[in-house]
Design a protein around this ligand. Structure first.
Ligand SMILES: Nc1ncnc2c1ncn2[C@@H]1O[C@H](COP(=O)(O)OP(=O)(O)O)[C@@H](O)[C@H]1O
Ligand SMILES: [Mg+2]
Length: 590
């Protein structure tokens, strides 16, 4: 079952060879420790037999036997210690390897994968599923080998003492295996549910803390408390359920173990009285019963753990078999050492995976290197989609998007993305210093001078001066909270530092006021002349100086031209321009 090619366990088996030596040594230790454990009751029996027989040298003979018992116990202890260290150690390393590969794969998946996958679900595959897999690498083989050695040897020793007593003792012991086998899946299911509930509770609390301002503003503290309490109750219900099942299992195991001892004591004691069994035999028998309880538990547990692991591997496999971002290995015939930055889009029609109608239809655009193109249009008209397709954040159809005349689908992704610096619509910064954020994705060390120059170009300089530790201020969750406009300007500075030939600004200054925007744009002009710029903006005053303006509506090009030409055409652009002028004038009234 474990080795067949269709087996779900195959995914894990390929991790084992590099830990072969450690695992083999570990299994030899299991062998040794179990053999020693089976041997020790025989020494016990011998000591009791000596005591019962009596005689002049009984004391010294018992002492020697006790010494042997000590030797066996110490060796069994050492081997047990070593087997755990080696096998559990190897399984933790396999766990690490699997996690590393899984995370590395997820990092290479296209953005569309994250559109349809919950982060929490991915996290549970990365943690509790990998943990379930670890069981069949370390603890699983350890218990199975232990049981396979101990069970037959102990049974052999027991039946040599007395077959009927063995059979009588075996009944409750086998029942232990069944009880565990029955309860183990429920316990595993419950503990997974407990993990999920803990996740829900943490997510609930985290969201409430992150949204503290909104909560206060809407005076909805009681709603939050009630929602938390609801999750809290669900968690405690799950935990108590788990405790109940564990209590049943442990209680039944203790009862059945006691029963096995009782059977031996009554039946065996009967035989002792009848003279058919020695005291030593009875004592050895009781010791064997004690030794057999754990293997019985582990048999029941391992069978369930294998099933659980198979399901976990399947869930991990689902992620690992997701195709990574497509990429071409062959170098295309790009001769220019550096991208000039000419962008062309021809008859681009694009539908998002799973969407029923195209987000873009027959779009044509052209930006010569070093020029500025503006994309404007109503919300949802496809402006951001155009930008995503340029960088292959979503994959455009071949033959529709070109950089310097080369189809982007034939340019290796790292090389393509090097050509672009993008300021996305929703500014995202990491919980790090401002400097760390600015240096993100830049190969060389970022000097303070360069960082400050970019900060100034993005119009964030006076803000940075007011920060407690300037560029070294920690921002985000663990530090200073930036305003929307500050975040946007920080991401703009980060993009400028990339020194990429094409700059993509997706409504990058929407959260700053008109006057600040005008000032920033003025400062950016020098930076913009050195690059190709594609700027998406809601405010038309932002784009009036662009070399070419394209108006999108419902995924189609509605009109295009220079600011003057579009005003003269008296269409959507001219109308929106007039409306925005009136709004701006109203805003400026004293
Ligand atoms: N990841 C996505 N998956 C499916 N549909 C999307 C996705 N992103 C955007 N859309 C849809 O594509 C259309 C264009 O969106 P978008 O390019 O974001 O417009 P804009 O940037 O002009 O506001 C909209 O109808 C939007 O709902
Ligand atoms: Mg958008």
């Amino acid at each position: 079952m474990l080795l067949s090619t269709s087996s779900p366990y195959r995914r894990v088996l390929c991790y084992l060879p590099r830990y072969r030596a450690v695992m083999a040594t570990g299994l030899v230790c299991v062998l040794a420790s179990r053999i020693l454990l089976v041997y020790s009751p025989l020494l016990l029996r011998r000591a009791l037999d000596i005591l019962q027989a009596g005689g002049a040298d009984a004391a010294s003979r018992v002492a020697w036997t006790a010494l042997a018992f000590l030797g066996v116990s110490v060796s069994a202890g050492v081997f047990t210690w070593a087997q755990r260290l080696l096998l559990i150690g190897a399984s933790r390393r396999v766990e690490r390897d699997l996690k590393r590969d899984l995370f590395a794969h997820v990092e290479r998946l296209p953005v569309s994968f994250f559109d349809r996958t919950r982060a929490g679900d991915l996290l549970s595959r990365l943690t509790s599923d990998v943990e379930a897999v670890r069981f069949i690498v370390g603890p699983g083989p350890m218990y199975v080998t232990g049981t396979l050695v101990l069970l037959p040897l102990a049974l052999l020793a027991m039946t040599r003492i007395s077959v009927p007593v063995s059979l009588a003792a075996l009944a409750p012991l086998v029942a232990i295996g069944f009880v565990v086998r029955m309860l183990a899946p429920r316990i595993m299911r419950r503990s997974r549910a407990v993990q999920d509930r803990i996740g829900d509770l943490s997510a609930r609390a985290q969201e409430s803390f992150a949204g503290a301002r909104v909560v206060r503003a809407y005076a909805s503290e009681d709603v939050e408390i009630a929602a938390f309490e609801h999750e809290n109750q669900r968690l405690v219900a799950e935990t108590l359920g788990l405790a109940r099942h564990r209590a049943w299992m442990q209680g039944l195991v203790a009862l059945l173990g006691g029963l096995a001892n009782l059977v031996v004591l009554v039946y065996g004691g009967h035989l002792v009285i009848a003279g058919a069994l020695g005291f030593g035999d009875l004592a050895a028998f009781l010791a064997y019963v004690g030794l057999l309880i754990w293997p019985m538990i582990s048999v029941g547990w391992v069978v369930s753990a294998l099933q659980r692991a198979a399901a976990a591997i399947q869930r991990i496999d689902e992620v690992l078999t997701e195709p990574a971002e497509p990429d071409v290995v062959t170098e295309p015939a790009v001769t220019a050492p550096r991208t000039a930055g000419a962008v062309q889009v021809t008859s681009l029609t694009f539908t998002y995976p799973g969407a029923d109608r195209p987000a873009l239809e027959q779009v044509d655009l052209q930006v010569p290197a070093g020029r500025t193109l503006a994309l404007v249009g109503p919300v949802g008209s496809g402006k951001s989609t155009v930008l995503s397709l340029l960088t292959r954040t979503y994959e455009p159809p071949p033959g529709t998007v070109f950089l310097d005349g080369v189809d982007v689908t034939s340019i290796p992704l790292p090389r393509l993305r090097e050509a672009f610096a993008a300021v996305p619509q929703d500014a995202f910064l990491f919980s790090d210093t401002l400097h760390g954020n600015l240096a993100y994705g830049i190969a060389e060390d970022l000097t303070r001078e360069r960082a400050l120059a970019a900060v100034a170009a993005a119009g964030l300089d006076s803000d940075v001066r007011s920060f407690p530790r300037g560029l070294d201020t920690v921002i985000g969750e663990r530090g200073v909270t930036l305003s929307g406009g500050q975040k946007q300007r920080a991401t703009l500075a980060r993009a400028l530092l990339r020194e990429a030939p094409v700059l993509l600004l997706d409504d990058a200054l929407s959260s700053v006021d008109t006057h600040t925007e005008a000032r920033i744009l003025e400062g950016l002009r020098r930076e913009m002349r050195r690059r190709t710029v594609i700027v998406v903006a809601h405010r038309l005053s932002t784009v009036r100086d662009a070399d070419h303006i394209v108006v999108l509506e419902e995924g189609r090009v509605l009109e295009a031209g220079s600011h003057q030409a579009l005003l003269a055409a008296d269409g959507w652009y001219a109308r929106t321009w007039r409306n925005q002028r009136i709004e701006a004038e109203l805003e400026d009234l004293p």
